[in-house]
Design a protein around this ligand. Structure first.
Ligand SMILES: Nc1nc2c(ncn2[C@@H]2O[C@H](COP(=O)(O)OP(=O)(O)OP(=O)(O)O)[C@@H](O)[C@H]2O)c(=O)[nH]1
Ligand SMILES: [Mg+2]
Length: 432
């Protein structure tokens, strides 16, 4: 039997109100022990909480009877005053009554186990909590609405049907029906694998949107890289000094650029150096630049702005000339971080690039997690293998369809053999 768990659902620290959530078979009895009685489900009531004669708080109590709760179990929610002493007193009382602190994600896990949420919706809850920008919020909300669950469940349902037809082709291999069923199963497998392929062919947009796109500022020492990250972040993130080689560590700032999250990194100036610490900084700069966009910042006032840069420096997504106030003419974007000239143009250009990279161009939902990509890859490999099955061997196609179906089922967490048996059995009876 499941234990009864509790946790602070609101942020830690001092606050006007804190929410403590409790879930499990003993939630009702424990809430009654503290509050005297339970309110009707989903109605907030003000109660005096006490334990063994000691007052805890005046709190709002909400009661959700199983299965109509977030976790599908009995759930009680206490809206208490958000001070440390109140919180600790309630936690101590709950622990004495036999509840235990929840593990990270345990409420959502129970919700999945009790069929209240599929895995993609559970992941959407984590994304909603982490969302920093409007675009992340939109994506997480759509996922929470079930757009990904519907897409993947839809494919799985189609695979179940195709599998049923492949099974029929095995059973009726002696007559013409078998050939027709094989052709139908084969056609469906082809269609689904094409849809999966298109869904995966998204240049990682959904994943980058969720995690934030990376932009690494690279360039020789003193080009103004730290000045640039400070200007973009509108705060003093990195030290600016006229000593070349000031920055050694990778310094990051998170920006909301037109609703998209951009993680900008300032790095050590790239040059040959005998200083071991600076050399380590250069190594980190180059390794951080791999994977993500890069902006090469150069001092346009120098006769040879690229001095010291390695010849094999990866092609940057954007080249920007700094120190325009010192007077020079260069092709491309010129800015002055001293006067601010050109900065807003650079920002809108960055925003455009980010939007291009992350914007969803169609109506279909974007793939949001490597976990999903991995499972889809596996499904696709099985389908492509199955498509090579010769007409006379429907059992080969059937086996691959089954494996593809399982791989997709893992995304939403619904891998149900029962369902398949139901389908196959039902199909057996039709017309026979
Ligand atoms: N005249 C002028 N000076 C600038 C401009 N931008 C930055 N500087 C100066 O250039 C020097 C170096 O700036 P930083 O931002 O520290 O340069 P960096 O690329 O981070 O340098 P490292 O960390 O050493 O690699 C500082 O003295 C800045 O004040 C600019 O647009 N015009
Ligand atoms: Mg610097």
């Amino acid at each position: 039997m499941a234990s009864t768990i509790f946790a602070l659902a609101s942020a830690p620290g001092r606050a006007g109100v804190a929410v403590v959530r409790m879930s499990g078979p003993d939630a009702g009895q424990m809430a009654t022990a503290l509050a005297g009685s339970l309110p009707p489900p989903r109605q907030a009531v003000l109660r005096r909480l006490q334990h063994r004669g000691a007052e805890i708080d005046h709190a709002l109590l909400l009661w959700f009877a199983a299965p109509h709760s977030f976790t599908g179990e009995d759930v009680a929610e206490f809206h208490i005053h958000g001070g440390r002493a109140v919180r600790e007193a309630l936690f101590a009382a709950l622990a004495k009554l036999g509840a235990r602190p929840a593990e990270p994600g345990e409420f959502s896990r129970r919700a999945v186990e009790n069929g209240k949420l599929d895995l993609t919706r559970a992941e959407a809850i984590a994304d909603l909590v982490d969302a920093e920008t409007p675009a992340q919020l939109r994506q997480a909300l759509r996922q929470h609405d079930g757009v990904l669950a519907d897409l993947y469940e839809g494919w799985r349902a189609q695979l179940i049907v195709a599998l049923g037809r492949a099974e029929a082709a095995i059973d009726f291999s002696d007559d013409g029906v078998g050939d027709a069923e094989f052709a139908a199963a084969h056609g469906a497998a082809q269609e689904i694998s094409q849809q999966i392929q298109e869904h995966m062919d998204d240049a990682g947009r959904g994943e980058s949107l969720r995690e934030g796109l990376r932009l690494t500022i690279l360039g020789p020492p003193n080009a103004g890289k730290s000045s640039l990250i400070n200007a973009l972040a509108r705060r003093d993130v990195a030290i600016v000094a006229d000593t070349p080689g000031t920055t050694r560590d990778v310094v990051e700032a998170r920006l909301d650029l037109g609703g998209y999250l951009l993680q900008v990194a300032d790095t050590a100036g790239v040059r040959q150096t005998a200083d071991a610490i600076e050399a380590e900084g250069v190594r980190r700069a180059l390794s951080h630049a791999a994977g993500g966009m890069t902006l090469l910042l150069l001092d346009g006032s120098l006769p040879d702005p690229r001095t010291g840069l390695p010849a094999d420096l990866p092609e940057p997504d954007l080249i920007v000339w700094n120190k325009a106030d010192l007077g020079f003419v260069r092709e491309g974007i010129s800015i002055s971080l001293k006067t601010g000239a050109g900065l807003s143009m650079l920002q809108s250009m960055l925003q455009q690039r980010v939007q291009q990279k992350l914007e969803n161009r169609g109506d279909s939902p974007l793939l949001t997690r490597p976990r999903h990509r991995h499972a889809l890859n596996e499904a696709l490999a099985h389908l492509q293998h199955g498509l090579k099955a010769p007409q006379g061997q429907p059992e080969l196609l059937a086996e691959d369809l089954r494996l593809a179906m399982r791989a997709i089922g893992r995304i939403t967490g619904r891998v149900d053999v029962e369902e398949l048996l139901d389908f196959v059995f039902r199909d057996f009876c039709i017309g026979k």
